[in-house]
Design a protein around this ligand. Structure first.
Ligand SMILES: NC(=O)c1ccc[n+]([C@@H]2O[C@H](COP(=O)([O-])OP(=O)(O)OC[C@H]3O[C@@H](n4cnc5c(N)ncnc54)[C@H](O)[C@@H]3O)[C@@H](O)[C@H]2O)c1
Length: 360
């Protein structure tokens, strides 16, 4: 990531109050960008963004709905961002079962709205639409999905994200053919990292229960997941934005997947967390209520070849870094929250050092 590039760049992040958004705000802050945020208030309590008062790193913190298109257009017109990271979303598979229409409105219409707003903007040069690895038609054949593979979606979350990819393709072909504004979608797998307080996310549950020796209930113990640290795909989005801004030929869809040899079953992850936390918690396995894919892997060769990006941390390192964050948080939350911000920024710096040290 190039500090010279980002210094004073005006960057709009939608979904800045969420898990990934909060980390991207911190990352952009360390790079010296001028950040504008656009999102509704965060749902989870506590919440990384509001709890640590991250709005101090923004020039503007808009709490508005992505489906309020006139506000969205106005915010872009007034603040003149050059780069947009679109991450506002209903991001939970489970919630998509209970709130399917809201999920579709936010994820499909919301994506159309940001593209529509960008279409009329004179300032925006680059737009990155964040989707997910769940956009692929997954027939459970242990396939490593390539960007050109068929889109699909068993649950409404996956379907809404696949639909947002199709909307993206239509907008790209219809309205973004000139080089004045370039757009891409970015697909990554399940991320872990400190500060994720979303309901039913396994690392949050592990931290909240295992650190305090409380019983942990898990679903899908045999589901094999790629445990990728949130800083990895974010670094990929940042690299992609840098390339798209200064060169042609980078618009399109990009996989930012984890190390393919590093998938780990949920039960193995939980036992590993127990071990490093010296936890005495009991683990209870509950029958899963809804469909969840068992295998999901991305082929990210394109990102390696064209962006020189790949996942750097091994799954165990990513898990350890995440648990370090939660342990630090629980120790310091009542005294000094600035210490937690410093700890988070130090994790970003530590990650950047690892990128420089490890050869590709
Ligand atoms: N966390 C993961 O493991 C993961 C994996 C793959 C892809 N993604 C994608 O990355 C993006 C960010 O995910 P996250 O984990 O930070 O999610 P999150 O749920 O923590 O954050 C979502 C953000 O979107 C905002 N938002 C929700 N509905 C909105 C609306 N109607 N209008 C405006 N803002 C709204 C929320 O306030 C929040 O700021 C999402 O697009 C998600 O689908 C996440």
């Amino acid at each position: 990531m190039q500090k010279n590039f980002w210094k004073n760049k005006r960057v709009l992040i939608t979904g800045h109050t969420g898990f990934k958004g909060s980390w991207l705000v911190l990352m952009m802050h360390t790079l010296g960008a001028k950040i504008i945020g656009y999102a509704i208030d965060p749902i989870s309590k506590p919440n990384f963004f509001d709890d640590l008062k991250l709005s101090r790193f923004l020039i503007k913190d808009y709490r508005k709905n992505i489906n309020d298109i006139s506000s969205l257009k106005k915010v872009i017109k007034i603040n003149k961002p050059e780069i947009i990271f679109h991450m506002a979303a209903q991001s939970s598979v489970l919630v998509s079962y209970s709130e399917p229409i809201d999920t579709i409105k936010t994820n499909v219409v919301g994506t159309a709205n940001i593209l529509e707003a960008m279409k009329y903007s004179k300032s925006v040069k680059v737009g990155i639409i964040v989707t997910t690895d769940k956009v692929y038609l997954n027939l459970e054949q242990k396939k490593k999905f390539l960007e050109k593979d068929h889109l699909g979606g068993h649950d409404v979350y996956s379907g809404s994200k696949a639909a947002s990819e199709i909307i993206f393709q239509s907008y790209q072909k219809s309205f973004f053919q000139s080089d004045s504004c370039k757009i891409s979608t970015a697909r990554s797998g399940n991320c872990i990292g400190g500060g994720d307080w979303t309901k039913d996310r396994i690392m949050k549950d592990c931290a909240e229960k295992l650190i305090f020796n409380k019983k942990l209930v898990i679903r899908s113990p045999n589901a094999s997941r790629p445990w990728q640290h949130v800083l990895e795909p974010l670094a990929g989005y940042v690299k992609l934005a840098e390339k798209m801004y200064s060169r042609n030929g980078y618009s399109g869809s990009w996989n930012f997947g984890p190390n393919l040899k590093d998938n780990m079953k949920v039960l193995k992850l939980v036992n590993y967390c127990k071990k490093i936390l010296f936890s005495k918690s009991k683990i209870q396995i509950e029958k899963k209520k809804y469909y969840e894919s068992n295998h999901l892997s991305l082929n990210s060769e394109k990102s390696l070849k064209k962006l020189n990006w790949k996942t750097i941390l091994r799954a165990k390192e990513a898990i350890k870094m995440t648990l370090d964050w939660y342990s630090f948080y629980f120790k310091n939350r009542k005294q000094n929250k600035d210490k937690i911000i410093k700890f988070s920024i130090d994790q970003i710096k530590q990650y950047n050092k690892i990128i420089l040290k490890r050869k590709f």
